[in-house]
Design a protein around this ligand. Structure first.
Ligand code: DAH
Length: 336
């Protein structure tokens, strides 16, 4: 008898029903006059006197449990029914919050918009490069400090393979497979072995520009860069070119724009000079053209390279370079 009660209790605990009819069927099966529990009550008469007390208690509990279970199933069904009635199918859905573009992508896209109006098209190259594309072809002498372990990440046991330190390597990639005219803009990530701080990172982003054709002059370069500066930073922006040195350009220059914080009067941002540096540029060195099988007596060209982080800092005044790679949603959300 005790075994039977135990067995039925287990079954009762696991009962479930999908409709009121099913609940009613369960009630009849277990609790009606001819139900399984009532049958046990009939059998109770045969239990010996010394067991009656204990078995009686177990039986009563079984009946109560069954009744509770049936009630429980009924309420659960009633609740789901009323929930379905509460759903307003005509309600406009919640808007899905879109992500925002990364500030570096916003600025990269803007740089592309501007130069595409001058006929530049996108070109890309690999981040894992060889020495020749990053340095050799670009006229870096073998002992040039930029090749030093301090700056460049080399791939262990493969001294010829490295992480590109600038996007100038894409110039070579394109010149090797395309004949002039060439007018390309190459965006990408570059790597340098620097300690990470607010002002330096071991990776950052550049955009490289290259224009090769017959009769390309320094005046063309200057005009293109002036147009870029005004489109990017506003109509009143002025530019200044300072002589500089890069192995792959001759002559070379660095370009400053007038500081738009102080309007050129001098402030802490421009270190009281009224100017801020934004890029490097120059006329492509004839050696570079020849290295890429382009006749330097027929063709000439200009090139420029800028850091996207630097341009972004100037536009949005981001104080710490590390913000760009931390994926902090509070920072990224500000660039809606
Ligand atoms: N590759 C240079 C750098 O990473 C930037 C640069 C300077 C690119 C002058 C150029 C250029 O194309 O003409 O610092």
């Amino acid at each position: 008898m005790k075994e039977k009660i135990k067995h039925l209790t287990e079954i009762i605990n696991t009962l479930s029903a999908k409709s009121n009819d099913e609940v009613e069927a369960l009630r009849i099966k277990y609790l009606s006059k001819k139900g399984e529990i009532s049958e046990l009550f009939n059998e109770f008469r045969t239990v010996s006197n010394d067991q009656k007390r204990e078995v009686g208690q177990l039986l009563n509990k079984l009946r109560d449990d069954a009744q509770n279970k049936i009630n429980e199933l009924k309420t659960a069904l009633a609740e789901t029914a009323s929930n379905i009635e509460k759903i307003d199918l005509t309600r406009t859905p919640d808007t899905i919050p879109f992500g925002t573009r990364h500030p570096l992508s916003l600025v990269k896209n803007e740089i592309f918009d501007i130069f595409s109006r001058l006929g530049f098209v996108a070109a890309e190259g690999p981040e894992i490069e060889d020495d020749w594309h990053v340095f050799g072809s670009l006229n870096f002498p073998p002992e040039h400090p930029a090749r030093d372990m301090q700056d460049t990440f080399f791939i262990e046991r493969h001294p010829d393979i490295l992480l590109r330190t600038h996007t100038s390597s894409v110039q070579t990639r394109v010149m090797m497979k395309q004949k002039p005219p060439i007018r390309i803009l190459c965006p990408g990530r570059v790597y340098r072995n620097e300690a990470i701080s607010a002002r330096a990172h071991c990776f950052f982003h550049q955009v490289e520009g290259l224009y090769i054709d017959k009769n390309v002059s320094f005046a063309d370069l200057k005009q293109a860069l002036l147009y870029f500066a005004k489109e990017m930073f506003g109509e009143n922006t002025e530019i200044r070119l300072r002589p500089s040195y890069f192995p792959f350009t001759e002559p070379s220059a660095e370009m400053d724009i007038s500081c738009d914080l102080c309007g050129g009067k001098g402030c802490s941002f421009c270190k009281n000079t009224g100017w801020v540096e934004i890029l490097g540029c120059g006329m492509v060195d004839p050696n570079v053209l020849e290295n890429c099988n382009i006749d330097s007596k027929v063709y000439s060209g200009y090139a420029f390279g800028m850091g996207i982080e630097r341009i972004t800092n100037l536009k949005y005044r981001v104080k710490d370079l590390r913000m760009f790679s931390e994926n902090d949603i509070r920072f990224l959300n500000q660039f809606q």
